[in-house]
Write a protein that binds this ligand. Structure first.
Ligand SMILES: [Zn+2]
Length: 250
């Protein structure tokens, strides 16, 4: 027992505590009660913190109700999700001028594959730096309950190619590696890309897009950011995506 430092020869301390006078005993009891309150509150605060962090970190699982094409889906709550980091071939559709556009090779296959995998499945979303594009679509990585990320799965199957859009480039390197494996295996769209075609393209290191030599967009890239490829195969193999204006996909 600690000594309180007071004169313990007075009568008070004998009734209260062998070593403490009344004033010190009261002070000590008071401190003990305060300590207990703080101690208990600390645990309450910890519990509240854990509860909130669990809620915030909880994965939201929501059903897929529509698959529009090989890289866009709709969720039960109406959100339209663009699977980012990739681009799947177009399906047949009417363009903005109302003109009929036929499907690109493997466009319908990509949609069918994504439909088989995702329709009426509950999925979770992971966002990158920017959550929406200018079409008000949600930009995300979409996961199945078994942990499969469908963005990468489409690349793995050769039903989409890598199309990094800064700043949403968290998985860019991973997707390019997956694409190289799909290309080497000749899966999906890679069956129709000739390895021996000899046309020169200019890649823009900043945008990760490649263009034909006469594309007007080349003037937007600084010479130090240009890289030349002699085959369309090499453009894709290095993770560059085709310019929509100048490159005609085989
Ligand atoms: Zn171009």
């Amino acid at each position: 027992m600690m000594k309180c430092g007071k004169n313990h020869s007075d009568l008070h301390h004998r009734n209260m505590n062998a070593n403490l006078c009344r004033a010190c005993w009261i002070k000590r009891r008071f401190n003990t009660v305060i300590s207990m309150i703080i101690f208990r509150n600390k645990y309450w605060l910890l519990l509240v913190f854990l509860l909130f962090s669990t809620i915030l970190n909880a994965e939201e699982w929501i059903e897929v109700t529509d698959v529009y094409d090989g890289d866009t889906i709709r969720l039960m709550d109406g959100r339209r999700i663009r699977l980012i980091g990739i681009n799947a071939p177009e399906i047949r559709h009417d363009n903005r001028n109302g003109k009929y556009q036929k499907a690109e090779p493997f466009g319908e296959d990509a949609k069918q594959y994504l439909t088989n995998k995702m329709i009426h499945q509950k999925v979770s979303l992971e966002m990158d730096q920017e959550a929406k594009d200018h079409y008000h679509r949600i930009l995300g990585y979409v996961f199945l309950p078994d942990g499969t990320m469908m963005n990468e799965k489409m690349v793995e199957q050769g039903l989409a190619y890598c199309m990094p859009v800064s700043p949403n480039i968290r998985y860019e390197k991973q997707f390019v590696k997956t694409q190289q494996i799909a290309m080497d295996a000749g899966k999906g769209i890679w069956k129709q890309i000739a390895k021996n075609s000899s046309q020169t393209y200019i890649g823009n290191k900043k945008t990760k897009r490649f263009h034909t030599l006469d594309c007007p967009f080349n003037k937007h890239s600084l010479p130090k950011n240009r890289v030349f490829f002699n085959r369309i195969w090499d453009c894709f193999y290095n993770g560059y995506a085709p310019c929509k204006k100048c490159v005609v996909m085989p």
